[in-house]
Each structure stands twice: as C-alpha cells, then as structure tokens.
Design a protein around this ligand. Structure first.
Ligand code: ADP
Ligand code: 6PG
Length: 507
C-alpha cells in the first residue's frame, strides 16, 4: 500500500551508530508501511568499503560523496512522490544538515542505545564488512540529534518489532494492521547508574505553552500545565507519589474485594494492597519502574513487562504513550498478552484535576453519565442506579459543593467521535479542563479525595479516572476484558484545557 493520503511525512531517515539496528529497523518499518527502503551501505564506494574493512574509519572527505549519493536518491524519491525509508549513520550534525537541508518532508528517527549493547550486537553480527573494532570511532564521531532537529528517539533495548511500533507511533504514522505481539525476548541491558529521585527518571514533553512530565516510577503522569497554569494536582520531582496521583492502574483499576477471584477454573489470591479494607487496589504496576521506549519533543512512550506472579499468573507487555498536541494531552495505554494463557484485564489512570480553586467545592463539574454504581463499606459495587434526581446527577454543570464523591459513573453519553467528556470548570465558568474518555473506556471514577491519607490534600483536586471496567471486575466479570494469547487492549483518554469566549486555550 502506498503512503496514506494526508500524511505529511514523505521520508524517514533512520540514523544511529553502526550496529544500532538501522538496517533491521528500516526494513521492518518499510515493510509495515509498504514503502520502499534503501540502506546507506549500498551507497558506499568500493574504496570506502575496503577502507572500513581494513579497519580504518572514514573521514569527512570520504563521507562527502556518500552523503551526496544518499541525498540524490532522496530527491529522486521525493520527485516521484514516493514516500521512503532510508538509513544513514549520519553521526555528525553537519552530515544530517546536509541530508535534511532543503528537504522539509524528511523526519529523523534516531536509534539510541548504550555502547555496551551496540558492541554486543556487532560482535554477534556476521558477514558484514564493518568491524566491531571500529565502534569506538563511531561513538567518537557521534553528535546526538538535538531538539531543534526534531528527532524521534527510540530506545533499542527492545525487540525490533517493538522498536518499529514505537517509531511508527511517535512519528504519527499509521501502518496497515500487523500482528501486534512482540514475540522475541528483549536482550538484557546494562543497568546504568542513575541519580534516582523518589520517582526516578523524569521525561518532559512540550508543545507550545504546554508542558507535561512523565516519571519512570509507574510510568505516571506527574505534571501537566498550559501557559504556566497547572492543570493537575500532581506531585513535585522530589516528592514520592501519594494517593494514586497520575498513576497507571494495570491490570485492574480500583479494587478487587478480598483480593480473591476465580478465573478459568483457578482460585487466585492477590496481595492485599489496601489492607485496611481488605482489598487489592489499583493493579500491580504502580510501584515498579517503567522503561523509556522512545520519545520526541512532544511525546514519550514508556513500557514494562508484567510478569506472572502470585494472584496474577499471566504475562503482559504494557506500554503507555503520552503526547501533547494542539488539542491538549493524549494518552494511549496498550497491553498485549504475550503469555500462553487467557488473562483477565482492566486498566485505568488516576490524574487529579484542578482549576486552581482552594477546594474543589466551588469548582463546576459535568459528568455526562446516566448511572452510577452503588458501593458497600469496602468500596465494592453493590448495584447500579440512575443518577436522575440524586446528588450524583452532574449531567449539567454545577458546583461540587459538599458532595463527597468516590463514585463510578457509567451510561456515558458520547459525542460523534465516540468520546465522553467530563468537565471541570473554574467557578467563573470561563475556563477549565475537559477530560475525554475514548477507546476502551466504559466507566469513569470521580473521587473528591475525602479519605486521603494526607488531610491537607483532601478535596484539593478531583480524581477523574478513565477506566475500562468498574471496581471488582475480576470477581463480578462486569466490564472485564479477557485477553486471549497474542491479543491486546487499548485505552485512550486525554485532557483538553479551554477558555471561554473566543478561543483555544492552547498555543
Ligand atoms: N532491536 C534489536 N534487538 C536485537 N537485535 C537487534 C535489534 N536491532 C538489530 N539487531 C541485530 O543487531 C545487529 C546490528 O543490526 P543492524 O540492523 O545491522 O544495524 P545497523 O544497520 O545500524 O548497522 C544485527 O545482527 C541485527 O540482527
Ligand atoms: O479514586 C479511587 O479510585 C479510589 O476509590 C480512591 O479510594 C483512591 O484511589 C485511593 O484513596 C488512592 O489510592 P492509594 O492510596 O492506594 O494510592
């Protein structure tokens, strides 16, 4: 299939040191897109190949005709309106400038890995003219792509299909459907020494006046602001996460009563992570580090493996991608069952919204839901009832007042694009944030924080939690997703700050 109409990207230039996987990744990427691809190696003169094979690194002068030949090929593809993938180590800024200058349709995909990992791959690669011994010269020449080059950077310590999936997603390219499960084992990577704050690495995204920060611990959303105004009641870089702030809730959101459930004939017992109420709460991935899989200036993709463990003997590959656009923040949480048995699955996320009021009482809330779940003292659903005529009817915007919410809503009213929109507005009604619930969302938990462990933070923000299923789905089966081996689930939600009267809040 040719390039999708309307997609601006006409050519992807895959760069990185020798052995970073350019040939492998470009080949797969081209295959997924149905685009032609060429490898930079094909453009070397016989003399240059012989020089490298003899153990001598190339000089700038050696590389000039090679870069010119690659550029000429790119121009021929562009002239023929053929989208394409081409590799080139393009180690130095000047080389990339030469390839990118005057070619606006070209996007940079930089494959990033540690020297140790690349060396191991080169040493294992056979039948190639480039000797592993030249690797140090590659790293000596390497000038990593800078933000003003707008690279998409993908980490190579994941199997090739996962590298390609991250690249496609971060480049904003859609490929015809392909088998989704990465089946190869990721190689082990060296544990780099790190300066670990309480939530580990911090990955910042920017778009216009928007800024968001995603953290390594739990892949959580720590912060989101527009034009300097915080839209989340989040946490600081030097603070531990409390009260589920911004956390990803996988493989179940909210509670499993007694942590005990039955699935496919097996009785399973989860650790009780909410011992005071005898429940297992918010999944198993909140307190583990997630890995960086790829990033660009406005997006980051993180992931982790959920290994079989007591109470959840299943194997999942989980990823979360956060992206800032002109429309706000978009989140995609994906999971693939990479094990051999069917797995029960649910997902949610736990951001607390704020519109800058001291308490949430004065903020205006809209929840387009016809029903809410009633719960028992343990927070477990006992039934479903219409909100009509009750204090839970927020279908029309009104102040939260003294209402204490820890409530799952369903019967969501969706717009033409399939999204249901929960709105929190400033008392003036002039500005606020919309939280939209997209693909995979069936319930939304709204929690005013009345029971938080830190009294000072109670009712300061409203948790609005996109969820695929309600509390206790492992026991009741309500809204439960069952992932067959190889099958996946996607949850999409996002935040859109707005101002009334004439205009977009975002720049
Ligand atoms: N993501 C990956 N995981 C594991 N092995 C990889 C990955 N990418 C590439 N390889 C292997 O590493 C070696 C170097 O990859 P290659 O595509 O030839 O790199 P380059 O074109 O950048 O020199 C090859 O043997 C390839 O099969
Ligand atoms: O909003 C919800 O989903 C829960 O009903 C609510 O009770 C909240 O999540 C916990 O108080 C925070 O959870 P932790 O204290 O376990 O982080």
């Amino acid at each position: 299939m040719p390039a999708e109409a309307g997609q601006a990207t006409a050519l992807v230039l895959v760069v990185g040191v020798s052995g970073s996987g350019k040939t492998t990744v470009a080949g797969l990427l081209a295959e997924r897109l149905g685009w032609p691809h060429r490898d930079a190696d094909e453009f070397h003169s016989p003399a240059a190949r012989a020089k490298m094979a003899a153990g001598h690194p190339l000089t700038d002068a050696d590389r000039a005709p090679w870069l010119a030949a690659i550029g000429a090929w790119m121009d021929r593809e562009a002239a023929a309106h053929r989208p394409a993938v081409v590799t080139c180590s393009a180690l130095k800024r000047s080389y990339r400038d030469r390839l990118l200058h005057g070619r606006p349709g070209v996007r940079l995909l930089y494959l990033h890995g540690t020297r140790e990992l690349v060396r191991a791959r080169l040493e294992a690669r056979h039948g190639h003219f480039f000797p592993a011994a030249l690797l140090d010269s590659q790293f000596a020449d390497l000038q990593e792509p800078q933000p003003d080059e707008h690279p998409v950077v993908v980490e190579i310590d994941q199997p090739p299909p996962a590298v390609v999936a991250a690249a496609l997603s971060l480049l904003g390219l859609t490929a015809p459907a392909a088998p989704s499960a990465p089946s190869e084992e990721a190689p082990m990577s060296e544990q780099a020494p790190r300066s670990a704050g309480p939530t580990g690495e911090q990955w910042e995204l920017r778009h216009g006046g928007q800024r968001a920060v995603v953290v390594e611990l739990g892949g959580a959303l720590r912060h989101y602001e527009a034009d300097g105004v915080p839209l989340l009641d989040g946490f600081a870089a030097d603070e531990p996460v409390t009260s589920g702030r911004g956390q990803l809730l996988v493989p179940w959101p909210n509670r499993v009563g007694g942590g005990r459930y039955r699935f496919d004939g097996a009785d399973l017992q989860l650790p009780l992570s909410e011992p005071e109420r005898h429940n297992a709460i918010h999944g198993l991935l909140r307190w583990v580090p997630w890995r960086l899989l790829g990033r660009s200036g406005e997006a980051v993709r993180v992931g982790t493996t959920l290994h079989p463990q007591p109470g959840y003997p299943f194997l999942l590959e989980v990823s979360a991608e956060y992206r800032l656009t002109v429309d706000g923040l978009e989140v995609r949480v994906g999971a693939v069952n990479t094990g051999t048995a069917r797995a029960p699955y649910g997902v949610g996320q736990h951001p607390y919204l704020t519109v800058g009021t001291d308490l949430v009482d004065t903020a205006l809330l809209t929840v387009p839901a016809s029903h809410r779940l009633t719960t028992d003292d343990e927070g477990l659903p006992t039934g479903e009832e219409p909100v009509e005529g009750t204090e839970y009817d927020f279908r029309t915007a009104r102040p939260i007042g003294a209402t204490a919410l820890d409530t799952a809503f369903t019967g969501l009213e969706r717009d033409g694009t399939g999204r249901a929109v929960v709105r929190l507005a400033h008392p003036s009604g002039q500005r606020g944030t919309d939280l939209w619930l997209g693909e995979g969302t069936r319930y939304v938990q709204v929690y005013t924080g009345d029971t938080l462990g830190e009294p000072g933070r109670r009712r300061r923000g409203v948790a609005v939690e996109a969820m695929s299923c309600p509390a206790d789905a492992f026991r009741t089966g309500a809204g439960l997703t069952v992932l067959e081996p190889g099958a996946g689930h996607v949850l999409r939600w996002g935040l859109r700050p707005w101002v009334a009267a004439g205009g977009a809040a975002l720049r």
